[in-house]
Design a protein around this ligand. Structure first.
Ligand SMILES: [Mg+2]
Length: 182
């Protein structure tokens, strides 16, 4: 990395850090934020080395901004986001999607919804008769693909899905008079 860029990143990280040089962001979040705040694209390794070179300490992968995430079957939205972004930045094929527009994420998302619907259509048509378990396994994969693209699309808009999901769920509960809250 060029000297001026390194200095710029150091200055920026100092602003993010507390008195103990601790930054309550994961490396992945730092990479995403550097893109938003400075227009600098850092891959996961560069984010790690930049933070370490400046003597900063990063939060663990569970750290995040906002309220603690609720565990969802042993996986949190934050952990999923971390892995999703790490793979996006670390994979030659997926790197091409980093700068995707909302329209492009929408196409990817809808594409996966279409794949799910296509299997369900075949189930309705009887193509999977006697092989329902196989159909469900195929559908499971598409639900997962949908979730992956949804998370990446939300990331591209800097949306914290934990916070958004909790807030919206509770808002709806209030609206319908339910005491079920996240
Ligand atoms: Mg798929």
């Amino acid at each position: 990395m060029k000297g001026e860029l390194m200095l710029q990143l150091d200055r920026w990280l100092r602003e993010l850090a507390d008195d103990d040089n601790h930054i309550s962001l994961t490396y992945v979040e730092i990479a995403a934020l550097a893109k938003d705040d400075l227009g600098v694209t850092l891959d996961y390794g560069q984010a790690c080395s930049t933070v370490k070179r400046g003597g900063f300490t990063c939060a663990s992968t569970r750290a995040h901004r906002g309220p603690p995430p609720a565990p969802v079957g042993g996986l949190t939205f934050v952990e999923f986001r971390d892995a999703n972004i790490k793979r996006l930045f670390n994979t030659e094929k997926f790197k091409r999607c980093i700068e995707w527009t909302s329209d492009q994420w929408l196409k990817a998302f809808i594409g996966e919804v279409g794949e799910l619907c296509n299997i369900d259509k075949k189930v309705d048509r009887g193509d999977y008769d006697g092989r329902e378990r196989e159909a469900l396994a195929e559908m499971e994969k598409e639900f997962a693909d949908i979730q992956t693209y949804l998370d990446l699309w939300a990331w591209s808009k800097s949306v914290d899905l934990t916070r958004a999901t909790v807030a919206k769920f509770n808002e709806v509960s209030d609206r319908v008079g339910s005491d079920v809250k996240l």
